[in-house]
Every structure is written in structure tokens, then in C-alpha cells.
Ligand binder design. Structure first.
Ligand code: GAL
Length: 378
């Protein structure tokens, strides 16, 4: 070959390489590092969740912008797709925050931890997310719902609610339903919570208005029943609530779980006949020790299994500097689950990193260990 043809060949190669964003496909996970999408841009899907549809993974998460402003919703919920979990294609904004002061999803509100599930009955994708109203901090404690006929959206926002208004939890004893408590004596944010809180002081307070719903996740069981799991009662207690057949509302059937234990960031998955939960404690953007729990049925009773993390004290006490958001059962792999966590950077929200680590089982308990670089094929 003439040197001219050789030169032309390498120019074409470099051009094609550059057109592909100068990237080799990724084939490992590198927790905590920048994670470029197909355009070479760090993935922007924080507090995310995963939907597997037609054998494709869809990752939905909070789109953050730069600086502290990024802790509020200025753009909406971002969606990415992947066939292999390492390489992600930007599918754009699935649910948009809007420039409209009459809308509850007005830019500047808070949209966190979006999760999407597929409703086979209506052939619809249903997204729920923790929703705080603009200008009200974290006071509203609502959950919002949006739907789309197409997995990547656009999703149409329907409503936000404080769930299960007027309904008692299925596991709440009659004797506790009508206790009068002087609410002035209830301490805010003081774990371990006093007996009155464990006994439902805030649950009773919110019976008329509807219950608080902050950090949340969704879980669809094998029989198609969907559950909305959220931190309620001033974050002291988790509620696990059944969704309606169309997944668009609450049925009024729910339970209180791990009462007074202050669980946030719940992530639920099924392994064999058991359901597991990974969650965090309650320390805002700062990491804290993770927890785990197990049950025979999503509605409980749940049994605590302790901190699933193994490693140095710092790793164990900070969950590898992360907070859970989802646990992904890997398709086509036997007994393979990925812990998905967020390493928040509230000073520059867009820089938040993703901590994905394999979950192993020891003595029927989920265990998470640090790994700088790993793949599903190890
Ligand atoms: C965390 C929660 C995040 C976000 C943050 C705000 O505890 O898990 O989703 O709400 O608090 O401080």
C-alpha cells in the first residue's frame, strides 16, 4: 500500500473514532469515577431507578444542574438506555419541570428519586417521585405521578399526593388509634424516637391530610402487585403501600414498617422467596451506615439484618460514601444483584457520583464490599 493510502486510512480511522466521541465501549464499573454516556458527558440521573423493558435497561434519575441550585429540579427526570449496563445512551428528559407558576412541577420545586414501572393492563409506563413544592423546603412530603405510552417519555404529570388519607395501616392496633397525645411534647428529629412517635403520633396527626411521603421507591411483585415504599411520619417510619391496578393511585392498604427506626433511601428486591431491603439512616446529603432487612411478603413483617457493608470502619460507617437508591437484579445472570447508590455532592450537585457494587449473600444476608473496578463477568 502506498504511504498515501496508509495515511488516508488512518485519517478515516481517527475521524470515525472522533465521531464516536473518542470512546472505547466500557466493559467495567468504576464506582465513584465520572461515568460518560454515549456523548462523553457524565451521566445525569441521580437518586435513580431502573426499569427493564424488552430486554433493555432504562435508568431514570434526577437531572442536576451545577452548584447548590442543582439540588432543586430545574430540568426534570433524565432517562438513559443500555443493553449491557456499562454503556449508556442519553434518551433525554423523560419528565420536564416546567416554567409555569400555576403548575406543581414548576422549576425550582424538588423532584427526587424517580422510579418507573410498566403497567401491563394499560400498556403504560408509570413514574412516581418524591415531590416537594416550590418554596416549601421539604415540608410538603408528597409523592407525584406521571405517565407515558413510551418508555423514554415524554411523561405527563398527573398529580401529587400525601398518600392514604383517612386509612389506618393494616398493622396498626385498634388500641393506638385514638390515643390523645400533646403534640407539643413530641421532639423533632431526635432518634431514638420517643414511644409516642413509635406508637403513631404523627400517623394520627396526618390521618385527615394524608401521610407524609419523602424518600421513596417502587417494587412490582411477581403477581403484578405494585408497592410504593416511602419514608413517612417525619422520616421516623417507613410505609409500604399497595398501588391500584393501574399503578396510578393508592388503594388505602398499607403497613408501617420498622417503626421509629428512621429509614430513608429504601431499595427493595426479591431473591428466591424472600424480599430484601437496603436502606439508609437519616442524615441528609451526608452518608451514614446502611441497613438491611428481610421479609416473606412485601407487607411484612420485616426483620432487620444489620449493616450489609463490609470493609474498613470508614467504608462500613459511610456505605462507601454513598446512599442507596436501587437494587438491580441483573437480567440473564443467576443470583446477581447490583447495589446502586449515590455519592451526593450538594455543593455542586451535577458532580454527584454513582456507586454501583455487587451484592453477595452470606448466611442468607446481603453483603456489599468495595471494588475499584469490576464487571459482571468476573
Ligand atoms: C437525603 C435524601 C435525599 C435528599 C436529601 C436532602 O436524606 O435521601 O434524597 O432528600 O436528604 O437533604
Amino acid at each position: 500500500m502506498s504511504s498515501y493510502l496508509k495515511y488516508l486510512g488512518s485519517v478515516i480511522f481517527v475521524c470515525v473514532y472522533m465521531l464516536q466521541g473518542c470512546k472505547q465501549p466500557l466493559n467495567t464499573f468504576t464506582p465513584g469515577e465520572l461515568w460518560p454516556d454515549n456523548n462523553g458527558v457524565h451521566i445525569n440521573a441521580h437518586g435513580g431507578g431502573m426499569l427493564v423493558h424488552d430486554e433493555v435497561y432504562y435508568w431514570f434519575g434526577e437531572h442536576k444542574i451545577e452548584g447548590k441550585a442543582g439540588n432543586k429540579a430545574h430540568v426534570g427526570v433524565h432517562c438513559y438506555s443500555s443493553n449491557d449496563l456499562y454503556n449508556w445512551q442519553d434518551e433525554g428528559i423523560a419528565l420536564s419541570a416546567v416554567d409555569d407558576t400555576t403548575s406543581l412541577i414548576d422549576k425550582g420545586c424538588i423532584i427526587e428519586r424517580p422510579k418507573v414501572i410498566y403497567n401491563a393492563k394499560n400498556k403504560q409506563f408509570v413514574m412516581w417521585f418524591h415531590h416537594e413544592l416550590k418554596g416549601m423546603g421539604y415540608k410538603a412530603a408528597m409523592t407525584g405521578v406521571a405517565v407515558s405510552d413510551k418508555v423514554t417519555g415524554p411523561y405527563t404529570y398527573l398529580k401529587s399526593v400525601n398518600p392514604n388519607k383517612g386509612y389506618w395501616p393494616a398493622n396498626f392496633t385498634d388500641s393506638l388509634k385514638h390515643i390523645a397525645v400533646n403534640m407539643d411534647t413530641i421532639k423533632q428529629w431526635s432518634a431514638p424516637w420517643q414511644k409516642e412517635v413509635v406508637d403513631g403520633a404523627w400517623l394520627r396527626r396526618d390521618m385527615e391530610k394524608g401521610q407524609m411521603a419523602r424518600d421513596m421507591t417502587l417494587f412490582v411483585d411477581d403477581d403484578g402487585t405494585a408497592y410504593h415504599i416511602h419514608s413517612s411520619e417525619e422520616n421516623s417510619t417507613l410505609h409500604i403501600a399497595q398501588l391500584s391496578d393501574d399503578y396510578m393511585s393508592f388503594t388505602g392498604k398499607y403497613v408501617r414498617v420498622l417503626e421509629g427506626q428512621m429509614n430513608e433511601a429504601p431499595a427493595i428486591f426479591k431473591r428466591g422467596d424472600k424480599y430484601y431491603m437496603i436502606s439508609s439512616g437519616c442524615s441528609g446529603w451526608k452518608p451514614n451506615p446502611a441497613r438491611s432487612a428481610v421479609t416473606d411478603h412485601p407487607m411484612g413483617p420485616w426483620t432487620e439484618l444489620g449493616n450489609p457493608c463490609r470493609g474498613t470502619d470508614e467504608e462500613i460507617n459511610s456505605t462507601f460514601k454513598s446512599q442507596s437508591t436501587y437494587v438491580l437484579p441483573v437480567q440473564g445472570e443467576n443470583d446477581t444483584y447490583i447495589y446502586m447508590g449515590d455519592r451526593w455532592t450538594p455543593e455542586n450537585a451535577i458532580d454527584g457520583r454513582y456507586i454501583w457494587l455487587p451484592i453477595e449473600f452470606e448466611d442468607e444476608k446481603p453483603i456489599i464490599r468495595w471494588n475499584d473496578e469490576w464487571s459482571l463477568r468476573e
